[in-house]
Design a protein around this ligand. Sequence first.
Ligand code: ADP
Length: 479
Amino acid sequence: MQILSVASEVFPLIKTGGLADVAGALPLALAQHGVSVRTLLPAYPGVAEQLRKRKVLATLDHLFGGKATVVAGQAAGLDLLLLDAPHLYDRKGGAYGDASGNDWDDNWKRFAALGKAAAEIAAGAVKDYLPDLVHAHDWQAAMAPAYIRFTGKRPVPTVMTVHNLAFQGQFPMSIFAGLGLPGAALSLDGVEYYGGVGFLKAGLQLADAITTVSPTYALEIRTPEFGMGLDGLVRVRDNVLHGIVNGIDTDIWNPEIDAHLAANYSARTLGGRAKNRRAIEERFGLTRSEEPIFCVVSRLTWQKGMDVLVSVVDDLVAMGARLAILGSGDHSLEGALLSAAARHPGRIGVVIGYNEPLSHLMQAGSDAILVPSRFEPCGLTQLYALRYGCIPVVARTGGLADTVIDANEAALSNGVATGVQFSPVDADSLRIAVRRTVSLHRDSKTWTAMQRQGMKSDVSWTRSAARYADLYRSLVPAG
Ligand code: ADP
């Protein structure tokens, strides 16, 4: 079976968050289920250079104001199709905005183009390639089902995966004329959404199946609290909605061989973590001690509960916690965390920025990771933490609820606990969760048992890739 996966970021070529990790790892896992995946990705600056065996396979003459080519190539075991459209993607800055973080004004064009190109490839634009199904990830790819439905010469089945319902690709009605869709597409059953054009709405409306990245998030997005205005539509499409938890690439995230660590280790040789801990103390300017290091590796945003963390940092330090924080995002949160570090030298260290190698070291050298997200479709950092013997302390929501087993009395006495959960996301419960974690950390036998139990959890793609493969098979006509 041949799948065309469409995504705006793919690890290791370009990454701003978990979407890239999933788009980069799932194709490799699917190969073991007889599914071969080609991934369509915009050719941002520097991306094409990372591909081996580059070859132009198709030309799209008029793609939103310019000529585009489809360039095939390989990288990191992935079979890629780059949409090379310099007028849309060849510019300084990030994938979605300029260097100061402002979204590009023409993002509607940039990502409508991605969906349109997917539809053209599905219809045979690339010689000798007819995918059986198109799998669109998030709003940036969500117009693919719309173009396939309304302009596609070949009606292939489509799957829409929601990695985060908060990002919807909502644009004013005035862009509709530029999309090249028939008038019929501008309806409640099409791309129209609250008087404008909704890219994710279109994908949710028109895809043959919808998936989201954990079973709990699949339940949550049916509710007004988590549905971000789309809960009504999600409930209507309930019969085609599936929650499939993300896995991680267990070769890239493997403490036994990870080259970013100060020392490699396994569940049997947990003592090896000490060197990594020392490296974290040095990197973050923390005074050497036996007190637990809580790390944060995160976008610094409201979704991630970082404002709640800011409001309790002084209390956490008073409880004996040390903090090592890596992230970037809202400038006010960055500033608040930096000033917390200045108030508590030796107890709180903050690195503002995006640093993939450091994120690995933090999982290996910290005792626990804090994930106080207000909502979390799946979350990957707690999965890396489980694999690295770093105890996840997480909000009980979305994929965090599905992947971490709280250290309550029953779980502890049965030896199945892998972390700490708390709810709701507010200052009091975060304080209580950290106090519980600090006291668990004092009991080294229990702590080690939790680390080992976490490291035994299956966080690989094995089971979830099988579920995607089954879903694809259920949608692709036999023969
Ligand atoms: P989201 O996609 O909502 O940001 P996830 O937990 O699903 O959250 O994925 C975040 C991914 O980005 C993880 O791989 C995490 O390690 C990584 N990450 C987040 N912030 C940073 C950072 N500042 N430096 C390095 N990696 C980061």
